[in-house]
Design a protein around this ligand. Structure first.
Ligand SMILES: CC(=O)SCCNC(=O)CCNC(=O)[C@H](O)C(C)(C)COP(=O)(O)OP(=O)(O)OC[C@H]1O[C@@H](n2cnc3c(N)ncnc32)[C@H](O)[C@@H]1OP(=O)(O)O
Ligand SMILES: CC(=O)C(=O)O
Length: 528
């Protein structure tokens, strides 16, 4: 199909900020805008100056603090109010004052909204649109018009929204954006309406889809196939209610599936990094399962997938992950086969050539351990130790455990402190062992045990002085009878060069933590 140029319009900072739980500072908004510019979108809608003081400040600061390479900044706002002269409408004036080169106006295009929400006539509604567009164009602005509730309005009266759209074009609007504001459409309905409307108006059309049916991206792509030239979305799909069409999924599909160069080629590999960075600024956990950019988007768990990927990665990937700045990962779990372990070994830099028997033992060990609650999926470091343990030259344990003990003390001043004592035998280099007793304190028993164990080992392995526990997750896996339950602990550990994750499983949460800690420190010594 021969498409005209399609442009991506990102509204993370306006509609995306309407998501429950998101509150950006002005500095956050500036940072998000810089990131969006790095993925090469054509337009960044920065907010509604005049309605939100923060957005007014954003546009003021953007004038000196934002140097966009790819995108043009857009101010969002409503048309003049019913019965008010456009010159006298303070909010329209604020749009001009923002000095944004492009303004995107929201206009009512569903007759029921005009009657019940605006409480005015269709004629006055069209005049509100036309006056505001003409006023802004007259002041040198490019104007897009978001036709709110277009599809619902079209179902109620196919002529009403088209007349609003044509009024906008006649007044000088550059793009009329058809909005599925309530997000209730499916792709077939979008295709039909866009095709019909294209035949009835003179200007360029855009699409803005909310995700209430889970079809916002599919709906947007259907609209592009039907001929719209502007596609609106938000980073990671953030937005009101169920969210908006995801800008990154849109870009991934438009470029790699539909062959439309909507962003510069050098920007495409920025997608994954920018997606995660915006999640951080929004203070939301990145969605690992997001298409194209999620950490799991190219992660393979099933043994049969791995066996085909071993022959050729394309057999189970829809795309080379590097194209969007992502990576392929092989997960070794109870669903793994020999190929999964071989590929994981390659990923970890462990040579498994000629180690068929060891690979078989590792597959069996993982299946047996996972049946007891272990999980290596997120604990690459523990898996690597398990793997190396089956190979020639397997690293010896760092120490022989004599005992560990930890206490939790609630003091009269209300402080709760923990203490741990660790007794271990360290190899003395002459085939014997040296007994070491070390004490650690901490704000909890695991912290105290970590400090005590590191104190016991650090004189022998000084690199452990730079190692620190950075995160700790506990999951109760289910009751096994009486008051006991199996507990799985994941520990994230860092040193100056990076981070690794280990796992421990036991009925006792402190023992589970101890097992994960031992792996964490062993990994620091044998693999870093
Ligand atoms: C579909 C969308 O997501 S559109 C974006 C929506 N975003 C937001 O609402 C976030 C920012 N909003 C705000 O800060 C406030 O709602 C404001 C400043 C815009 C308005 O606040 P208020 O003046 O207190 O009015 P309120 O929110 O109660 O009602 C909106 C008014 O705008 C009018 N209005 C609504 N849509 C439009 C429109 N497209 N064009 C012109 N006027 C409109 C309503 O009729 C109502 O007017 P009234 O006060 O004369 O009855
Ligand atoms: C404009 C807009 O955000 C909507 O119609 O959903």
């Amino acid at each position: 199909m021969n498409h005209p140029r399609v442009e991506v319009f990102d509204t993370t900072l306006r509609d995306g900020a309407q998501r429950e739980g998101i509150t950006y500072s002005v500095a956050d908004k500036l940072a998000v805008a810089r990131l969006l510019d790095q993925v090469g979108v054509s337009y960044i809608e920065g907010g509604w100056p005049g309605a939100l003081p923060k957005d007014t400040e954003f546009f003021a600061r953007a004038r000196t603090e934002l140097q966009l390479q790819h995108a043009v900044l857009v101010a969002f706002g409503a048309t003049r109010k019913a019965g008010v002269r456009v010159e006298d409408d303070a909010q329209v004036r604020a749009l001009l004052d923002s000095q944004a080169p492009v303004v995107c106006l929201v206009a009512k295009s569903d007759p029921r909204h005009v009657r019940d929400a605006l409480r005015t006539t269709p004629e006055e509604n069209r005049a509100m649109v036309a006056d505001t567009v003409a006023f802004l164009v007259g002041h040198g602005r490019r104007v897009f018009v978001d036709c709110e509730h277009f599809f619902d309005g079209y179902a109620a009266d196919p002529d009403h929204g088209v007349a609003v759209l044509q009024a906008a074009f006649d007044a000088g609007a550059e793009v009329g954006v058809l909005c599925d504001t309530n997000g209730g459409m499916l792709p077939s309905g979008i295709s039909r309406v866009v095709t019909e409307v294209r035949g009835r108006v003179t200007g360029q059309l855009g699409i803005h889809c909310q995700d209430d049916t889970g079809c916002a991206v599919a709906n947007s792509l259907a609209a592009v196939e039907a001929g719209v030239t502007q596609v609106q979305g938000t980073a990671n799909g953030y937005g009101e209610r169920a969210g908006n069409a995801n800008t990154f999924t849109l870009i991934g599909n438009l470029v790699t599936k539909m062959g439309l160069p909507v962003v510069p080629a050098e920007c495409l590999p920025e997608l994954s990094r920018v997606s995660h960075a915006i999640a951080e600024l929004a203070n939301l956990t990145p969605d690992d399962h997001q298409p194209f950019v999620g950490a799991s988007a190219f992660a393979h768990k099933a043994g049969l997938h791995a066996s085909a990927i071993k022959v050729s990665p394309e057999l189970y990937n829809h795309l080379d992950p590097a194209v969007v700045g992502n990576d392929m990962r092989i997960l070794v779990t109870e669903m793994a086969g020999r190929a999964s372990v071989e590929l994981k070994g390659r990923e970890l830099g462990v040579d498994l050539t000629g180690q068929g028997d060891a690979v078989g033992r590792v597959v069996a060990a993982v299946k047996e351990r996972e049946a007891r609650g272990w999980s290596y999926e997120a604990a690459d470091a523990s898996f690597e130790l398990l793997l190396r343990g089956e190979l020639p030259g397997a690293p010896a344990p760092l120490f022989e455990l004599e005992s560990w003990r930890t206490t939790v003390e609630h003091r009269t001043d209300g402080a709760v402190v923990s203490e741990a004592v660790v007794k271990v035998g360290l190899p003395d280099g002459d085939g014997g062992t040296e007994r070491v007793v070390a004490v650690g304190e901490g704000n909890g028993p695991v912290n105290a045990l970590d400090n005590a164990l590191r104190a016991a080992l650090v004189t022998r392995w000084p690199q452990l002085a730079d190692v620190a526990l950075s995160d700790y997750k506990v999951r109760i896996l289910g009751w096994t009878g009486g008051t006991s339950a199996t507990t799985r602990v994941l520990v994230d550990t860092t040193d100056k060069a990076g981070e690794w994750t280990t796992v421990g499983v036991h009925e006792n949460v402190v023992e589970a933590s101890w097992l994960a800690l031992v792996d964490a420190l062993t990994y620091a010594v044998v693999s870093r």
